[in-house]
Write a protein that binds this ligand. Structure first.
Ligand SMILES: Nc1ncnc2c1ncn2[C@@H]1O[C@H](COP(=O)(O)OP(=O)(O)OP(=O)(O)O)[C@@H](O)[C@H]1O
Length: 643
């Protein structure tokens, strides 16, 4: 069989094709990143082989001098990036270079707007990797052979970056991967030695494997001219490292610049943007490890996909072990990126072993503390950056108190909320801020939970609080009810849902108490009539002092599930325990007075239903019978217009 017979043409997966197309157009102003991406992949391939060779050193085929080489050929207009890493077999080439395996890719692509600026940021956080070659090249060849396979098992992949690629067997003497880019006419400057060197310096200094380039040819010296050509014959060109080639985290903090930290972040995270913050620590003692953890400036597109890759890059004694080691950070810190280099774990550690290892628990709790401390510092020292953090990741951090009870208090300090103090949607008030503003004698932190900010802000339950100048936190994120159920208190102050249970403002004066009791007595008959009309739809009807402007509101029993949580669970198809709302009426409201004097029982029933339905609407609920509501309201409107 000849190689020609085995040449196959295959199509890119649809998502890969779309991404390719978009990338070429939206990243055009940031062309040089292709080098960073390809060198990053080459370094990962070396790391993978180094790890595999721990248990099988025959894979090295006698060559343990890991390196990445970059060659430029100005005449041909090419740049070639070669590594002696793990390489790929035919199947892997097809899988890795023809498809995009990340779940959620289709959804991600839908978000792209066609606006170059915005899209390039989105694509940046998606991680463009190998495909970035096509930003500068109109043809790419990948020649690769998997370590441990025979020379004739080499594979040649080729594509013009449109809809197809070809793949064929091609002998390769050395293991590893060599990628040649045939540069577009307007990108030929990437075949220039100095240009490429400077880009490598900029992006790849921290990579632990040496990136080599041929020494720039030394021009023959003038005085040699007369002595005959033989004497000035240039020596064989030598490959020399261009980058620093020491793993960044092993260097001491004082020697590392912010730029280097940022470049390293881009290598581990595949993100284009600089990180918001980082924390680099070397620990000796009971546990021995180095960690370098980063907070990104932007949430990844798949943050809400619970199966998305997360976790740190794990090294054991400076040897790469695995990517995405998720055991070292809890779920609510899944946005953290970085490296953990441990001296306590064994080099043969596997994902399975990690799940049972006691050291892992100790490391997880140590890293969690590091991240929380880093966030705490950020919140104190840089309000602007903390606001960015909160906007991007606040909702994830809110999962913390439920997941990590040991750090509940620390997490609580980091939470930010909207509140009636500012009445703004932006979540920028801490529980500490709230406590400082608490009124004399107030011993609870009040909050309201609703479907969205406006519903929360306009919630009838807030009326009395506003009147008395008592601050209430306005919660409307999906996770909020869940958060509050687990938080329960902060700094000794109980957190109280204003729509739950009886209103219990401890500062009710004797006078107010008497007024309330009198109102309750006076409304007894009305309450009974309402109960008769609303029947099984309510748990109870009672008089309240929490309302000033609204005629009525719904509250839930002290032990019942909150209305928001109930809606979320119902939407998720979960069974929710049966519970009915309590209707509270405002005896001072003219509509309630009008109701009390209504003698026509049919009209009384209509009006009662309308008030009940409106209370439901005001808290963002859905009516069981919206058409019935409209009908009743219209019939009342008609009567009004007649009168
Ligand atoms: N030089 C290489 N040697 C061996 N395998 C490689 C090499 N370059 C790419 N690959 C394989 O192709 C896969 C896809 O690479 P690509 O750069 O597109 O994405 P990635 O590096 O996995 O992630 P990201 O999208 O975040 O950059 C890699 O995961 C790896 O398995």
């Amino acid at each position: 069989m000849t190689a020609e017979v085995n040449k196959e043409t295959l199509g890119f997966q649809t998502e890969a094709r779309q991404l390719l197309h978009l990338m070429i157009h939206s990243l055009y102003s940031n062309k040089e990143i292709f080098l960073r991406e390809l060198i990053s992949n080459a370094s990962d391939a070396v790391d993978k082989l180094r790890f595999a060779a721990l248990s099988d050193d025959s894979l090295l085929e006698g060559d343990g001098e890991y390196a990445v080489r970059v060659d430029v050929d100005q005449d041909a207009g090419t740049v070639t990036i070669s590594d002696n890493g793990i390489g790929m077999n035919r199947e892997e080439v097809i899988d890795h270079l023809g498809t995009i395996a990340k779940s959620g890719t289709a959804a991600f692509l839908e978000q792209l707007s066609g606006d170059q600026q915005k899209d390039s940021q989105l694509i940046g956080q998606f991680g463009v990797g190998f495909y970035s070659s096509f930003i500068v090249a109109d043809r790419v060849e990948v020649h690769t052979r998997k370590a441990g396979t025979a020379a004739n098992e080499g594979v040649l992949w080729e594509s013009h970056g449109e809809s197809e690629f070809t793949i064929e067997p091609k002998e390769k003497a050395d293991r590893g991967t060599s990628i040649t880019l045939f540069l577009r006419d307007d990108c030929k400057d990437f075949a220039d030695d100095w240009r490429v060197r400077s880009v490598i310096k900029k992006y790849s200094d921290h990579i632990s494997v040496p990136v080599l380039m041929k020494e720039a040819p030394v021009p023959a010296a003038d005085e040699a001219e007369g002595e005959g050509k033989e004497a000035s014959e240039p020596a064989q060109a030598q490959y020399k490292p261009v980058n620093e080639a020491t793993a960044l985290w092993t260097r001491s903090r004082s020697e590392i610049s912010d730029e280097e930290y940022a470049a390293f972040y881009k290598h581990v995270s595949h993100d284009f943007e600089d990180p918001l913050s980082w924390s680099h620590n070397r620990v000796e003692g009971k546990l021995e490890y180095t960690s370098l953890l980063y907070i990104p400036a932007r949430a990844p597109f798949d943050m809400w996909n619970r199966d998305a890759n997360r976790g740190v890059k794990l090294y054991v004694q400076r040897t790469f072990i695995m990517d995405d080691a998720e055991q070292f950070l809890p779920m609510y810190l899944r946005f953290v990126k970085g490296v953990l280099d441990s001296n306590d774990l064994s080099l043969n550690v596997s994902r399975e072993i990690l799940q049972q290892d006691k050291t892992v628990d100790a490391l997880r709790s140590a890293l969690s503390k590091r991240v929380l401390d880093m966030l705490s510092k950020l919140s104190k020292n840089d309000a602007e950056k903390y606001a960015v953090f909160w906007k991007e990741f606040g909702q994830v951090l809110k999962e913390g108190p439920a997941e990590d009870t040991a750090n509940k208090d620390k997490i609580a300090e980091l939470l930010r909320f909207s509140s009636t103090h500012t009445d703004k949607e932006v979540q920028d008030q801490s529980l500490r801020d709230y406590i400082e503003r608490m009124q004399e004698g107030q011993d609870k932190i009040f909050y309201v939970v609703a479907e969205n900010f406006n519903t929360a802000r306009r919630s009838p339950q807030l009326e009395v609080f506003r009147k008395r100048g008592i601050e209430v936190l306005l919660l409307s994120d999906r996770v909020d009810d869940w958060l509050m159920n687990h938080l329960q208190e902060f700094d000794g102050k109980q957190l109280q849902d204003v729509a739950r249970g009886r209103l219990d403002l401890d500062d009710e004066s004797e006078e107010e108490k008497q007024a309330r009791e009198a109102a309750e007595k006076e409304s007894e008959a009305l309450v009974e009539r309402l109960k008769a009309v609303l029947g099984d739809d309510v748990e109870e009807v009672r008089v309240t002092t929490r309302l000033t402007d609204s005629p009525a509101c719904l509250v839930v029993g002290e032990m019942d599930m909150g209305a928001q949580m109930r809606r979320i669970m119902e939407a998720a198809g979960q069974a929710v325990p049966e519970s009915k709302p309590i209707l509270e009426i405002n005896p001072t409201h003219p509509l309630i007075n009008r109701l009390d004097t209504e003698s026509d029982e049919a009209r009384f029933a209509d009006l009662s239903r309308i008030i009940f339905d409106q209370a439901n609407l005001a808290e963002g609920g859905q009516l069981d019978d919206p058409a019935g509501y409209v009908e009743r309201l219209n019939s009342l409107l008609l009567q009004l217009s007649k009168g």
